[in-house]
Every structure is written in structure tokens, then in C-alpha cells.
Design a protein around this ligand. Structure first.
Ligand code: B1M
Length: 229
């Protein structure tokens, strides 16, 4: 059967997820849109679709990107397809009846244009009841500082996907120290090349391995801080 003739509805769950990994790899946004909707219709939770179909698909793309099998234009298409799925999941992940439990300003740091992980963290935090102010990509220290002043959040969140951009997180934290405002905020950092030790070394409050952990950590730290106050 050719790609055009393939009816995704005829596939069982396992086949569909595999097909979605292929479609993500091939940057087929429309197919990812359809596949995401089918899985949700089959009573998959938004988190299951996200983890098993989309994030796993992007992990495979990342391996071939690293190995020089895929190049930037293809990976951009894959990212675009991933975003098509995320757009459907967003309202489901962000569904919450609760009042806002806190505010976070979040951005991908200067020099870095990767935003899929940061967007996911934003969605999960919205789902956990946070108001999210997203500064986007390539965010410099001035932009972070202006947003902190304007929005007075509980949390500053920074994302970096490159070993060359992760040190910029320290630039931001050091600037907060210099201005005497570091302790006014919980600082969460994350991104594929980071780890716990790095988070500690740059003076972040916490490193978060993934979006779900970011949401849990954010909630816990805000509650602790309120309790202490
Ligand atoms: Co880029 N890229 N990329 N890329 N890219 C990586 C990161 C890389 C690991 C690929 C590889 O070699 N295997 C590699 C970095 C190597 C390194 O530094 N050690 C790399 C490179 C080299 C580059 C370029 C330099 C390539 C080039 O131009 N030659 C270039 C840099 C551009 C720049 O930023 N200045 C580049 C460009 C791109 C694209 C534009 C093509 C595209 C980005 C599109 C977009 O984001 N809109 C892209 C992509 C898609 C990737 C990979 C394949 C996938 C990243 C992703 O979206 N993952 C990536 C390989 C990989 O990571 N496996 C790669 C899915 C996402 C859900 O996971 O972002 O890790 P992640 O987020 C997770 C956690 O990390 C965490 O939670 C998220 C959800 O669970 N998390 C946080 C993230 N931020 C957090 C913040 C928190 C808490 C948790 O608190 C605030």
C-alpha cells in the first residue's frame, strides 16, 4: 500500500504508534494530526499520546540527526509535525479547574532556538495550575529581567538544548545575584544536555529532567515557599 492510501484508522494501536514515529521522521504534520486524534478517540490519555507517539518519535529523529543521517531541514519538518500533535494535546494537558497556584516566566536561553521541550514544560505547568509567561527562544538576560519585573512570578524557568548555550543560564543567575534579587525567585532549569550537578553548580533551585517533573517540582517548591512565608 502506498503512503497516500494508508488509512491510519485501520491500524491497531501499536502499528499506529509505529506509523506515527515514521510520519514524524518524515515531517508529515497532517498525518501526525490525524494519528493524535485517533489515539485520543481510542481513549488514550494526552500524556500517553505525548510520551509514546510524539516524544519517542522525536527521540528517534534526534539519534539520526546526531549520526548525520538527518539534517536541519528534515529535523525542522519533524519539529513542525511534532508541534501539530502538541497543538491538539495542549488544551487537554492544560485542562484544570483549579485557580492559578503560581506564576512562571519561562524561556529558552540566548543563542538557542529549540523550543519543543520548553513548550511542553509550559503546557504541563499550565495543566498543574500555573500561569505561564513564555518569552520564547533566544532569550537574553535583559528580557528575563524585564519579564521578572513586569510579572513578578514565583518561578523563573530556563531551557537549553545545546552544550554551548547551557552556560548562559549561569549568566542569568549571576545577574540576579548581582542585583540582589536571586532569592526572590525559584529558578528551574532543564534541557537534554543538563543534569543535577550542572543545576547545582550554576545555583539553580532545581534541575528538572522532564516536563512532568518540572510541574511536580514547581508545585512542591511553591507550596514549600508559601509554607515558609
Ligand atoms: Co537541534 N540539536 N540543533 N535542532 N535538536 C539537538 C539538541 C542535538 C542533541 C542533536 C544531536 O546531535 N543528537 C544537538 C546538540 C548537541 C550538543 O549541544 N551537545 C543539536 C544541534 C547540534 C543543533 C544545531 C547546532 C544543528 C546545526 O545547525 N548544525 C542547531 C542549533 C540551532 C540553535 O539553537 N542555535 C540545531 C537546530 C535544530 C532545529 C531547528 C532543526 C530543531 C529545533 C526545532 C524547534 O525546537 N522548534 C532541532 C531539534 C528538533 C533537535 C532534536 C532532534 C530534538 C529536540 C527536541 O525537541 N526534543 C535534538 C536531539 C535530542 O534532543 N534528542 C537536537 C523533544 C523534547 C520534548 O525534548 O527538548 O529535551 P527536550 O525537552 C524535555 C527535557 O529536556 C525537559 O523537558 C522536556 C519535555 O520532557 N526540559 C525542561 C527542557 N527544557 C526544560 C526546562 C525546564 C525543565 C525541563 O525548566 C524550566
Amino acid at each position: 500500500m502506498s503512503e497516500e492510501e494508508l488509512d491510519l484508522n485501520t491500524l491497531n494501536d501499536e502499528e499506529l504508534v509505529e506509523q506515527m514515529h515514521d510520519d514524524l521522521y518524515d515531517g508529515l504534520a497532517e498525518e501526525i494530526d490525524v494519528g493524535t486524534r485517533i489515539l485520543l478517540d481510542r481513549d488514550w490519555t494526552a500524556t500517553e499520546v505525548l510520551e509514546k507517539a510524539l516524544v519517542e518519535g522525536m527521540r528517534i529523529v534526534g539519534i539520526d540527526f546526531r549520526d548525520g543521517i538527518l539534517f536541519v531541514p528534515e529535523v525542522l519538518l519533524a519539529a513542525n509535525a511534532m508541534k501539530a500533535g502538541m497543538a491538539i494535546l495542549r488544551p487537554l494537558l492544560a485542562e484544570t479547574g483549579a485557580e492559578s497556584i503560581g506564576k512562571i516566566v519561562i524561556g529558552t536561553v540566548k543563542g538557542d532556538i529549540h523550543d519543543i521541550g520548553k513548550n511542553l514544560v509550559g503546557m504541563m505547568l499550565e495543566g498543574a495550575g500555573f500561569e505561564v509567561i513564555d518569552l520564547g527562544i533566544n532569550t537574553d538576560v535583559e528580557e528575563f529581567l524585564n519579564a521578572l519585573e513586569e510579572h513578578s512570578p514565583d518561578i523563573l524557568g530556563m531551557s537549553a538544548l545545546l552544550t554551548t548555550t547551557m552556560p548562559y543560564m549561569k549568566v542569568v543567575i549571576d545577574t540576579l545575584e548581582e542585583k540582589g534579587i536571586r532569592d526572590d525567585y525559584i529558578v528551574l532549569v532543564g534541557g537534554a544536555p543538563l543534569n543535577e550537578e550542572f543545576g547545582e553548580a550554576i545555583g539553580a533551585t532545581a534541575y528538572c529532567r522532564d516536563a512532568a517533573i518540572a510541574a511536580e517540582t514547581a508545585k512542591r517548591l511553591v507550596m514549600e515557599r508559601r509554607g515558609a512565608a
